[in-house]
Design a protein around this ligand. Structure first.
Ligand SMILES: *Cc1c(COP(=O)(O)O)cnc(C)c1O
Length: 393
């Protein structure tokens, strides 16, 4: 194998060395329970206080508005208790989009089984939710809405500010799944006026299994996990101190280098998109060219099977994804690619390359040398390819 190119950073990222270094004492000698009153416990509780401040600072929140969770999926699951308490006030309608992460969509499906009505807004061909359509979906029963900040498959950045304004004008509580956005693009909960927000450490070079839920001060919030008094009693369980410390350090580093990283990533992203589209016929970019996460590239290749493409790329040392991690374990085409209007067979022939600041221009060179050749090989092998070319002509 000539090279090892990790280009699946939307699935997860490597832990930064500085982050691991910060975590290590809490996996070894500083093992005290943060609820204990002796000094070893206080070392842990102080570390959590610091991390809560780091996470709050990163999104312009207050430390009291941050609740640590076991990751992004868990944070998204908070919408269930929130919806159930709104139902007591007769608000049993929720608005979301059909391109949300499964943590959100499956939480919504459960609420529907309990009698809630959920509107799943469609998106346009670039993956945008329309604020106009959002407005039209509001009913007197609408109490809650959730629209993701940035899509994990096609990178589209949603008009969160506009949708948040509409929510405020209509007395609707507004959540955004910002798991792909935090640490990558500026997120300011004060400026956006969102009520709830989900994030996850392993998407910005922090550890897996730790995330946070932002809940605006003053809003009532039902418990997610009952038990001890940790996280103001809302999310019980002995704290994952090392994880929380890692998240704090990772978010601080990500925000400090965001401007520089964005410049670097945007340049690599542009080269990848232009390079692939110009060298591979019958290929198309999925998502928006301008309102897009800086590291995301998602391209469909007509007449190619995504899984075959991924396997060949893996043999060449390139790690990518054919959609979301959940979708790639099954053969159902990605719900996001179908939502932007791709036919099943086109959605199947799509690849997502997601870069991080650990990638280099040499990685981009290598992908551009390798990927078009793999697509060509697969197409040459396909009995359908000549048909497809004739159809397109
Ligand atoms: C990764 C991801 C999640 C899930 O986060 P975990 O920490 O892996 O549970 C939720 N939403 C989006 C948009 C994601 O990309």
């Amino acid at each position: 194998m000539s090279r090892f190119v990790y280009a699946d950073n939307a699935a997860t990222t490597r832990i930064a060395d500085e982050v691991l270094k910060e975590m290590m004492p809490f996996l070894t000698e500083n093992y005290g329970n943060a609820s204990s009153l002796y000094s070893l416990g206080v070392v842990s509780s102080k570390a959590i206080i610091k991390a809560r401040q780091q996470v709050a600072d990163a999104i312009h929140a207050e430390p009291g508005e941050i609740i640590f969770t076991g990751g992004g999926s868990e944070a998204d699951n908070w919408l269930k208790p929130i919806a159930r308490s709104l139902a007591k006030k007769g608000k049993k309608h929720i608005i979301t989009s059909c391109i949300e992460h499964h943590a959100l969509l499956h939480s919504m499906a459960r609420l529907e089984k309990e009698g809630f009505t959920v509107t799943y807004l469609g998106v346009d061909s670039e993956g945008f939710v329309s604020p106009q359509e959002f407005k039209q979906a509001i009913t007197p029963q609408t109490g809650l809405a959730s629209i993701m900040f940035a899509n994990n498959e096609i990178g589209t950045l949603q008009p969160i500010l506009e949708i948040g304004q509409i929510c405020r004008e209509n007395g609707i509580l507004f959540h955004t799944d910002a798991v792909q956005a935090v640490g990558h693009v500026p997120v300011d909960v004060k400026a956006l006026g969102v009520d709830f927000l989900s994030m996850s450490a392993h998407k910005f070079h922090g550890p897996k299994g730790v995330g946070a839920f932002f809940c605006r001060r003053g809003l009532p919030l039902d418990n997610l996990l009952d038990g001890g008094a940790q996280e103001r009693g809302k999310r019980a369980g002995t704290e994952n101190v090392a994880g929380i410390v890692g998240m704090g350090k990772a978010i601080e580093l990500a925000c400090a280098s965001m401007e520089e990283n964005t410049k670097k990533l945007a340049a690599m992203q542009g080269r990848l998109i232009d390079g692939i589209l110009s060298s591979v016929p019958l290929s198309r970019l999925n998502g928006s060219r301008s309102h897009r996460l800086p590291g995301n590239v998602n391209i469909s290749f007509l007449g190619v099977e995504g899984e075959a493409l991924l396997l060949r790329m893996d043999l060449a040392g390139i790690m990518a994804s054919s959609g979301s991690a959940c979708a790639s374990a099954s053969l159902d085409p990605s719900h996001v690619l179908l939502a932007i209007g791709l036919k099943h067979e086109v959605a199947h022939g799509s690849v997502r390359l997601s870069l991080s600041d650990y990638n280099t221009q040499e990685d981009v060179d290598y992908i551009l040398e390798t990927l078009p050749a793999i697509v060509k090989t697969l197409r040459d092998m396909s009995p359908l390819w000549e048909e497809i070319v004739k159809e397109q002509a």
